[in-house]
Design a protein around this ligand. Structure first.
Ligand code: MEV
Length: 324
């Protein structure tokens, strides 16, 4: 086999951020912006990575020395994944990995998880290994934790399974919701969020106020359970109300920002059923649920208060892979 191509989608969290780190469920949808990976053998005992959009050209690391030194941020997830993959199977035959992304890593769509999943899937095909999705997930999750240290793995699940899924940490449960589309407007707040820092901030908050934070997580769990039912029923009014409730709890967790709150308020005052931040908070995207007929009006209003409308399709396909 000469070359393999794989692509995996980014994600947006609909409900359950932060609580999912503590074994509560969340609901995540895959977006139709993807990370593309090409993998081939290079005849050497080294990993060679090119990610031209990130300014990386022919980054080289001996297979035996993977992750042994400081790595540039742009290649760290790939290097950790390749190391985990090679360790699992005892390979030393080097490979070439080339990446291209449909979206910038600044938006919080999960480019690191998408590149990890696409690379793992491409390598499995290149080395002719039959992985189940759960096996691929486990490998990718270990690699992500090697680099990030924290996280629930929900973004990897979205990249692998695609669609809109109900998820519990470690892929203990991955359940696809039966829906075709979601009437959601996505707006970038203009600020890049630092997920590991926010996760650690919440952990510290929880250490100091365990009762309060556990209570918030329990309430978020109820919203996720209810949200799952209402999304499948397409009861958008109820889904919108749940989004606002979830947003209030994220505010209590201390991860909301003035900018995100302004966008949420604007969306609701312009007619959205509901809105909330999506992801770790501190920035990244806000999502608003609204009638198709209100979409353009809501989008314009959000742009007028500094939001950047992201034209993304939701409920997108999970990882795909082919030989070329
Ligand atoms: C970040 O997008 C979502 C968090 O729940 C972290 C995670 O689940 O890994 C804050």
């Amino acid at each position: 086999m000469k070359k393999v191509k794989a692509s995996a989608p980014g994600k947006l969290l609909l409900f359950g951020e932060h609580a999912v780190v503590y074994d509560k469920p969340c609901i995540v949808t895959a977006v139709d912006r993807r990370v593309h990976v090409e993998a081939s053998f290079n005849g050497k005992e080294e990993l060679i990575v090119s990610a031209p959009q990130m300014g990386v050209l022919d980054y080289k690391r001996k297979v035996k020395e993977l992750c042994s030194q400081e790595m540039p941020k742009q290649v760290s997830f790939i290097e950790a994944l390749v190391k985990r993959f090679y360790q699992k199977y005892g390979f030393d035959k080097g490979c070439f990995i080339r990446t291209k992304s449909d979206f910038s890593h600044t938006f919080g769509f999960g480019s690191s998880s998408a590149v990890t999943v696409a690379t793992a899937t491409a390598l499995a095909k290149l080395y002719k290994i039959n992985f189940s999705k759960k096996e691929l997930f486990d490998l990718c999750y270990k690699a992500v934790l090697d680099i990030q240290g924290v996280g629930s793995g929900f973004d990897l699940a979205a990249a692998l399974w695609g669609g809109t899924i109900y998820y519990i940490k470690g892929a203990k449960e991955v359940f696809k919701l039966k829906i075709k589309s979601l009437p959601i407007v996505v707006v970038y707040s203009g600020v890049k969020a630092d997920t590991p820092t926010l996760v650690r901030q919440v952990a510290e908050f929880k250490r100091k106020n365990p009762k309060k934070i556990n209570n918030i997580f329990k309430n978020i769990e109820k919203i996720v359970e209810q949200g799952k039912l209402e999304i499948e029923k397409k009861d958008w009014e109820k889904v919108g109300a749940l989004m606002l409730e979830n947003q209030g709890l994220l505010e209590e967790l201390g991860v909301n920002t003035l900018r995100l709150e302004k966008l949420v308020k604007k969306a609701v005052s312009t007619g959205a059923y509901g809105a909330k931040l999506s992801g770790a908070g501190g920035g990244d995207c806000m999502i608003a649920l609204c009638k198709k007929s209100d979409k353009i009006r809501v989008e314009k209003a959000l742009e007028n208060v500094g939001g950047k409308v992201m034209k993304v399709g939701l409920n997108a396909k999970g990882v795909v892979c082919k030989k070329i």
